[in-house]
Design a protein around this ligand. Structure first.
Ligand SMILES: [Zn+2]
Length: 318
């Protein structure tokens, strides 16, 4: 079994062969995150075509139910923008947690520019003014962890950054102290030369060198905070649609994305960024228990209190 390591200033890539199978282990120096890449496993062909859910019965996000089955903000309102409807999540996992239903239709093959722009704008409006670290997120289709089929976005704001964001905030600060430059600007330049640059000037998109998931792409925004993002939304919406189109052309329709922001008092070392991953669908209509928090934020949302789990064990005789 041979091995070769490439040492880049930003990433470490080690290549191995296990028998005839090519394997890589990659590390991102800024965050300390690792991944392994096993291209031969694509040959298993376990990624079945995603099926759009056909039944809309009982869906709380369809137009006939959305104004009765969902909650309102404390003043009794919901945010309405184009087709989109935005309201607080009934089952939050964050200090502030909102949901934006993107479309009137229960299932769509693709979104229009207007639908994506309106939904993103409504998300921004629903999160702005709430203190902490905001993100705008999406689980698209059951296999990406969506528990409701009807397309929607989720916005969260917490007083503490999630695991991935914390690593990038800390790393960006240390990088700036060490080098005097902004990591994200250096990253885009580095990736152009490394052959992982995809498209975009205003928002450069790159194939993530140490992917968090299948076909991860990252868009680096020229701002740091949610307060600054509004003028970029048309561009961001168009870019997300472009990535979705490429995913669909590669046979994966299910995806997660998260757009991470610093809190309001950003110190200039950080850039807001969007991470998007394709989700492989071995079971086309199964709801996955891993969604954007587990797969992109790297922070599991757990349902059972460990103390309750301990009580359960104590109740069961040996
Ligand atoms: Zn619906």
């Amino acid at each position: 079994m041979g091995s070769a390591a490439q040492n880049h200033p930003m990433f470490r890539i080690e290549e191995y062969y296990a028998g005839d199978c090519r394997l890589q282990r990659r590390s991102e120096r800024l965050t300390g995150l690792h991944c392994r890449i096993a291209p031969d496993r694509l040959k298993r062909g376990i990624d079945l075509p995603a099926k759009l859910p056909s039944t809309r019965r009982g869906c709380p996000f369809c137009p006939d139910a959305v104004f009765t089955a969902t909650t309102t903000f404390p003043d009794g309102s919901r945010i309405l923008r184009g087709e989109s409807v935005t309201f607080p999540n009934r089952f939050p996992f964050s200090r502030w947690h909102t949901v934006t239903v993107i479309t009137h239709k229960h299932s769509v093959h693709t979104f229009t520019q207007d639908q994506m722009e309106n939904a993103l704008s409504a998300q921004v409006q629903s999160l702005i003014g709430h203190t902490g670290y905001p993100s705008i997120n999406c689980n698209y289709l059951f296999t990406a962890g969506a528990t409701l089929a009807h397309p929607h976005l989720q916005g969260i704001v917490d007083p503490r950054p999630t695991t991935l964001l914390e690593r990038f905030l800390r790393g960006s600060r240390q990088y700036f102290r060490r080098t005097g430059s902004v990591y994200w600007d250096d990253l885009v330049e580095h990736e152009r030369a490394a052959g992982r640059f995809l498209f975009g000037n205003e928002i450069p998109w790159i194939a993530s060198a140490v992917p968090l998931g299948e076909r991860e792409v990252r868009g680096i925004l020229p701002v740091a905070t949610l307060d600054e993002v509004e003028p970029l939304i048309p561009r961001l919406a168009a870019d997300l649609l472009q990535v979705m189109a490429v995913y669909a052309s590669q046979g994966t329709r299910a995806f997660n994305f998260s757009i991470f922001f610093d809190r309001s008092r950003s110190r200039g070392e950080f850039r807001a960024f969007c991470s998007m991953i394709a989700r492989i669908s071995p079971n086309a209509l199964s709801i996955s228990d891993s969604a954007f928090m587990e797969r992109i934020h790297l922070e599991p949302v757990v349902l059972t209190l460990p103390e309750d789990l301990a009580r359960t064990f104590r109740r069961i005789p040996d």
